[in-house]
Design a protein around this ligand. Structure first.
Ligand code: SAH
Ligand code: SF4
Ligand code: F3S
Length: 450
């Protein structure tokens, strides 16, 4: 059998695709790069906003056509598969295999059964499963926890991924060792709320202590995402400050700068609490890069509320930000209780915020000119004679191929900056890769362009 997987959504979905691919390979299935070559196509789905759901509909529509033309096994996995909305879609497009995010290891049973196989249970086996390290990847993902115990009123994730379950630290460290052995130079620890790691189990370290343990593994760079401001303890900030290989980069979604909106979102913190956390981080970590997520146009957001988000931007001066228009998701409290506002107002506010962020990204990036950054170079850039990668602060960066001929970690002096890119000159080769990476992948969430 030849299988092709298509992935939408966040880094957790990319990791889950790898989990399922590794299972398929163990079952003797060949992985192919295109639908045309495959006799099984599995779509890993996202349900966080309306757009990714529309994309899945379009893809499944095309697959149904192919299925009618030449026969094809069609599967759907991931967040949308867990929802009634997704199951309706699966029925409509004649999906054969449906696996929720907690049932991924049922893939073998699904292929064995000769009839329609749908599994939406949250099973324990997934937490203990250690997938083999991906080959030829410099930057790897490692899921340390699944699910979420928060209840942000706009968010469907607690429905799709269930309550939080942390993985055992021994398994995390074992998986990390195999990544190091396979030549990975950077790991991103993944969870919906990594800061509350361990709180759902007895005897587990907290996230700060886990970072210290992971720091000892010898992997050159450690990142993590995502962080909830409420759970960002002093111990975590201290662990980041003290552990040399933890990148001095924090993605700290704020969602809104207005206390009224934060309350209606159920975010559990205030603007003042958030700003105090940022201050504490900056006082303990001198050169810290910070990014955020924002939802624009949450129900009842007034122009004044929106201006408070803009003023929070100016107070924090983010290095980068992911900005989303509020999407009313069936199954969430805000969908049920609040009326959505006109799209034009949301779009207009988003555009204003994007302009503001561009201003800050340009300014913050320009301030790096003349400073050194550490770059993980992954391969050739589209621009001829450049190699591309990202810095410890997740800035996309280009270095001349003459100075960085092979992928790896380089220190570079920033010579030029745009809001979206740094250009540098190599000052030190820190560690070159022992292989050519097979594929590039985006440094943070890929959900932005969904
Ligand atoms: N666990 C992470 C977020 C996961 S979803 C956290 O709490 O930060 C990634 C981002 O998608 C969120 O930070 C939020 O900005 C955005 N998002 C989630 N639900 C959304 C919705 N209904 N409409 C628009 N954006 C949404
Ligand atoms: Fe969603 Fe909130 Fe959980 Fe993040 S913390 S996954 S936004 S419910
Ligand atoms: Fe989407 Fe699920 Fe990630 S809804 S953003 S794929 S956790």
């Amino acid at each position: 059998m030849k299988a092709h997987l298509v992935t939408y959504g966040c880094q957790m979905n990319e990791y889950d695709t790898h989990v399922v691919e590794s299972q398929l390979v163990a079952l003797g299935v060949e992985l192919v790069k295109a639908v045309e070559e495959a006799d099984f196509v599995l779509v890993n789905t996202c349900a966080v906003r309306g757009k990714p759901v529309d994309k899945v509909r379009a893809v499944l529509g095309n697959l149904r056509k192919t299925k009618r033309e030449r026969g094809l096994l069609v599967g759907m996995m991931g967040c949308l598969a867990q929802l009634e909305e997704g199951q309706e879609i699966a029925k409509k497009y004649d999906v054969d295999i449906l696996l929720g995010p907690g049932a991924l290891l049922d893939i073998g049973a699904a292929l064995e059964s000769n009839k329609r196989f749908w599994s939406m249970a949250f099973k324990d086996d997934i937490h203990d499963f250690v997938p083999p390290a991906p080959q030829n990847k410099l930057s790897a993902h490692l899921t340390i926890q699944r699910g979420c115990d928060h209840h942000c009123t706009y968010c469907i994730v607690p429905e799709t991924r269930g309550p939080q379950v942390s993985r055992h630290p021994d398994l995390i460290l074992r998986e990390l060792d195999s990544l190091v052995e396979a030549g990975a130079l950077e790991v991103t620890l993944l969870g919906q709320n990594v800061n509350s790691y361990g709180k759902d189990q007895t005897g587990y370290p907290d996230f700060g202590d886990l970072l210290r343990m992971v720091g000892k593994s010898g992997i050159p760079r450690i990142k993590f995402t995502t962080s909830h401001p409420m759970d960002f303890s002093d111990n975590i900030i201290e662990a980041i400050a003290e552990t040399p290989n933890v990148c001095k980069f924090i993605h700290l979604p704020v969602q809104s700068g207005s206390n009224k909106v934060l309350k209606q979102m159920g975010r559990e913190y205030t603007r003042e609490w958030y700003l105090e956390r940022i201050e504490k981080m900056r006082s303990l970590i001198p050169r810290l890069f910070i990014s955020t997520d924002i939802i624009v146009g949450f129900p009842n957001e007034t122009e004044d509320d929106f201006l408070e988000t803009v003023s929070l931007y100016d107070a924090v001066q983010y290095d980068s930000a992911f900005m989303f228009i509020y999407s009313a998701r069936p199954g969430t409290p805000s969908y049920k209780h609040f009326a959505d506002m006109p799209k034009e107002i949301k779009t207009e506010r988003l555009n204003r915020l994007i302009e503001r962020q561009k201003h800050w990204s340009q300014l913050k990036n320009s301030r790096l000119i003349g400073q050194e950054v550490e770059c993980l170079i992954r391969g050739a850039a589209y621009e001829p004679s450049f190699m591309e990668g990202h810095t410890e602060g997740n800035h996309p960066v280009l270095l001349p191929v003459a100075q960085a001929p092979v992928p790896g970690i380089y220190r570079a002096l920033v010579e030029h900056a745009t809001p979206h890119m740094l250009f540098g000159k190599v000052t030190e080769v820190v560690k070159q890769a022992e292989f050519m990476p097979m594929q590039l992948h985006s440094p943070v969430f890929s959900s932005l362009d969904l």
